[in-house]
Ligand binder design. Structure first.
Ligand code: HEC
Ligand code: HEC
Length: 395
């Protein structure tokens, strides 16, 4: 698309230069009559003498610049002060005594949508960065590019135990989870994956809310200042805030269920390559290769999950399920030595996903478009900055 546009611009400019040279040539040879004879050449001569001269542009350029500046200013003010449109607090009813709802909520919050994983202090010296059990949900870590997240800026995660959320109503929590608008009607940044959670089935969203209200209350106010880069902040404001639930009743096949689970488990955040402003490149869905610096040294790269030979083509359903379940073994979440392989893939949370759900995810991944993208899992140095010749593969 861009290629075509550039192509036409080049042709157009080349044509202008050719015509100009022809006109010059005719004039030098005293062939003014030939020019006068052709309507087209007369027209072009007029264009060249009037508009394609510095005299003309000298006057126009400052005006054009001013117009561009004013338009940019208006766009900025519009986005900064009118977006996003704040949705009303939904009126919802949750039965907090419903034990099956609480059970579902625990499953989702701990093992699928992994709220507790982001919202707890994490032990980055252990494989897959397990969260610190007795600080569960009390918030803390900075999500920042320095720490390995792809998030553009720095953002800390608030305390989501009842010690902090006690004053929030269920409706306010529902709105925050699904649209990223907090209790005071303010925008929170998209490091919190509310875009993914906007697809939660309403009963699942309620189950999560019911469950986090039962977390042991821990008094903790993570001290941190959220800094989000200028353009990302503007982008964050333009994200539509409507809730787009995928209803569990509408999930007919294993592929449908797998798609739902992959969405609410945020697999795309780490496994789909990004375009400008960290937006998912959907033409390369889940094809991996994102680089994350590890606090213990080295770099880990997310795997290609598409059914390509450079991805999961040779994996059977059994291999896939076993891989997740292998992290339940004692010793699988070991202490890593510096500069050796570690992963921020939250294996220690996902390992308790049910076999049925893992099989559904497998079915969905198998249905994806295969994308060729060989990935070296662990490198000592950043591959982004390295030439392939001195790449070190320690795994
Ligand atoms: C990828 C990490 C991540 C995951 C997963 C995540 N959150 Fe968050 N959450 C954040 C960040 C970061 C913020 C703060 C954003 C800001 O300050 O602008 C946040 C904010 C919140 C807040 C606002 C609290 C306050 O005091 O303002 C609540 C409530 C919350 N998350 C609940 C949840 C729940 C429930 C889940 C699981 C369904 C979840 N989060 C999953 C990163 C995450
Ligand atoms: C926070 C980032 C992150 C999230 C979220 C994440 N992954 Fe990963 N994943 C990685 C990284 C990094 C690796 C490579 C290192 C490793 O194998 O642990 C990886 C590896 C894998 C592998 C191993 C592939 C192989 O060749 O060994 C599978 C399978 C996988 N992820 C599936 C998933 C699925 C399914 C989800 C969502 C339920 C998911 N991941 C969510 C970061 C993530």
């Amino acid at each position: 698309m861009y290629f075509l546009l550039i192509f036409f611009v080049i042709i157009f400019v080349a044509a202008l230069i050719t015509i100009r040279n022809d006109l010059r040539f005719l004039k030098q040879k005293q062939f003014q009559a030939a020019i006068d004879h052709s309507r087209f050449l007369r027209f072009m001569e007029w264009v060249f003498s009037k508009y394609l001269v510095w005299r003309f542009w000298k006057k126009l350029l400052p005006i054009a610049l001013l117009i561009i500046l004013v338009l940019a200013g208006i766009t900025y003010l519009y986005i900064r002060y009118t977006l996003p449109r704040i949705p009303p607090i939904p009126e919802i009813v949750i039965n907090h005594q419903d034990s099956s709802l609480l059970k579902r909520g625990e499953y989702l919050a701990e093992h699928v949508s992994i709220c507790v994983d982001c919202h707890s202090a994490r032990n980055v010296n252990y494989f897959s960065w397990p969260f610190v059990e007795d600080q569960k949900g009390s918030g803390g870590p900075f999500l920042s590019q320095k720490l390995g997240y792809t998030f553009p800026g720095e953002s800390f995660t608030p305390n989501i135990t009842p010690a902090n959320l006690g004053s929030w109503s269920d409706g306010e929590l529902y709105r925050l989870l699904t649209t990223g608008i907090d209790k005071d009607g303010k925008t929170i940044n998209h490091a919190m994956p509310f875009e993914n959670f906007s697809h939660l089935d309403p009963t699942d969203a309620k189950a999560i809310i019911a469950y986090i209200r039962t977390l042991p209350p821990i008094k903790n106010t993570p001290a941190g200042i959220t800094r989000i880069n200028f353009f990302h902040d503007l982008y964050n404001r333009t994200i539509p805030r409507d809730v787009k639930p995928i209803y569990l009743d509408s999930l007919k096949t294993a592929i449908d269920s797998g798609h739902y689970l992959v969405t609410i488990a945020s697999c795309n955040d780490c496994h789909t390559p990004k375009k400008w402003l960290e937006i998912n490149d959907t033409t390369r869905l889940l094809s991996g290769g994102l680089e994350f610096p590890l606090p213990t040294g080295g770099f880990v790269h997310s795997a290609n999950l598409t059914p390509d030979e450079s991805g999961l083509q040779s994996w059977t359903e059994e291999t896939f399920v076993k891989k997740f379940k292998s992290y339940l073994d004692s010793g699988a979440i070991y202490k890593v030595s510096p500069n050796s392989f570690n992963s921020l893939m939250p294996w220690s949370d996902y390992d308790a996903m049910t076999e049925k759900d893992l099989k559904a995810i497998y079915a969905y991944l198998k249905s994806l478009k295969p994308v060729y993208n060989p990935v070296v899992v662990f490198t000592r140095k950043s591959v982004k900055k390295l030439k392939t010749s001195d790449q070190t593969d320690d795994n």
